[in-house]
Design a protein around this ligand. Structure first.
Ligand code: ADP
Length: 161
């Protein structure tokens, strides 16, 4: 059984994340999308909200599970019996950081390897941070996130559209 985890903040889930989830789920038996409980960041959505949104928008993919975790990704992967971490690469700017994290995780847990999927060109510019920025000014985010998530974001920013 090949089990992978796809860790991240997902605050909120974007079409870029969904694309990585759909593609990587085809490569493994079980994919855990794992929402990181990171108290240092000031998130727009609670971990519970993020988990439930991801569940809703991945329910059509039978081998995808959604969970949350805190602590080290390498430890979480071990506890879950996962041997693979999935990450998405958008641009060179992602690479340096991702390489460092991947090598650290491998050093902590040698059974663990990170695979990188290159972003779909359609979503190469897309990040949760940018989507939040646009939404906070009432801009159109329909190309970036599913409609229901867009609605929830405008609600958080008290924007009537
Ligand atoms: P972080 O863990 O830095 O908070 P996110 O939760 O936004 O990052 O993203 C989780 C993972 O998804 C990261 O590997 C990130 O590179 C990847 N990702 C985010 N947006 C995209 C996108 N538009 N295309 C491909 N991969 C993406």
């Amino acid at each position: 059984m090949k089990r992978a985890i796809y860790p991240g903040s997902f605050d909120p889930l974007t079409f870029g994340h969904l694309d990585i989830i759909e593609r990587s789920a085809k490569m493994v038996d079980e994919l855990y999308v794992a929402v990181l409980r990171n108290n240092a960041k000031n998130p727009l959505f609670s971990v519970e909200e993020r988990v439930s949104m991801i569940r809703e928008f991945t329910s059509h993919i039978p081998n995808v599970r959604v969970s949350s975790f805190d602590g080290l990704t390498a430890d979480y992967a071990k506890n879950m019996g996962a041997t693979m971490i999935v990450r998405g690469l958008r641009a060179v700017t992602d690479f340096e950081y991702e390489l460092q994290i991947a090598q650290t995780n491998h050093a902590i847990n040698p059974d663990l390897d990170t695979i990188f999927l290159t972003t779909n060109v359609m979503y190469s510019y897309l990040s949760s941070t940018i989507v939040k920025e646009v939404a906070s000014y009432g801009g159109d985010i329909s190309k970036f996130v599913p409609e229901q998530i867009a609605g929830k974001m405008y609600e958080k920013y008290n924007i009537n559209r």
